[in-house]
Ligand binder design. Structure first.
Ligand SMILES: *Cc1c(COP(=O)(O)O)cnc(C)c1O
Length: 218
């Protein structure tokens, strides 16, 4: 694991995806120097937050139901997976209650599969052009997130990451031109992070490569 961590460029953030793993396992990873952890279930995340050291940074990376935002709103550092205008509005409401600004990434649907959540490029452009998001002053959009297709076809994966990058650059030059906070591109998992980094990822989300295979039956 250390060799893997050393191989990551200094300007790429590593989110250790700890979903399904126990607090003991996460504490060990923390002791070895990791500080950013990613989870995909709100209640599981809240429980781990309460049990682990307070200088841990917690990222939410899964599909978020609006009625569960409240579990993570008091402390979450970054929500990677904002996949609808309604979710952004509801996160803003919970952030107001907590009197804190919550950083978010908009999730782009880049994979060929139907099962992945997220905005299409068209939907994203349409939504952002309304400037509707500007009225949500307690959420801060700091970039984009995407999940590539689950495939052995590396050319396809590279192509999907390039689409992400192009969309990101386009938004940086237009909608977010005066906003230096719009700077994060969350892409790359255990199987495809090298391609993602070479295509400009600034945040990689790595689970099994750090913690081993997940056991969802536990
Ligand atoms: C589970 C998960 C990961 C980590 O996957 P690995 O293949 O174990 O690295 C990354 N991103 C998201 C959105 C996930 O749900």
């Amino acid at each position: 694991m250390n060799d893997f961590i050393k191989s990551i460029p200094k300007d790429v953030k590593l989110v250790a995806v700890s979903k399904t793993h126990s607090c003991e396992i996460i504490q060990q990873a923390y002791n070895s120097g990791l500080r950013i952890f990613g989870e995909s279930k709100p209640q599981e995340l809240a429980k781990k937050y309460s049990e682990l050291p307070k200088d841990t940074e917690w990222h939410f990376i899964g599909h978020l139901q609006t009625n569960k935002i409240k579990y993570i709103a008091p402390f979450v550092n970054l929500i990677h997976s904002v996949d609808s205008p309604r979710l952004l509005a509801e996160i803003n409401k919970e952030a107001i209650k907590q009197n804190r600004i919550i950083k978010c990434l908009l999730q782009l649907h880049i994979a060929k599969e139907d099962t992945k959540f997220g905005f299409t490029i068209d939907e994203l452009q349409k939504y952002l052009s309304t400037n509707d998001f500007l009225k949500y002053t307690f959420v801060k959009i700091v970039g984009l997130m995407g999940i590539a297709s689950l495939t052995d076809n590396t050319a396809q994966i590279r192509n999907e990451f390039q689409t992400m990058r192009k969309t990101f650059e386009m938004l940086k030059k237009t909608v977010f031109v005066n906003d230096s906070d719009f700077c994060e591109l969350s892409m790359g998992m255990s199987s495809d992070y090298k391609i993602a980094i070479s295509e400009g990822s600034t945040i990689i989300r790595i689970g099994s490569l750090i913690f081993g295979e997940r056991d969802y039956s536990k």
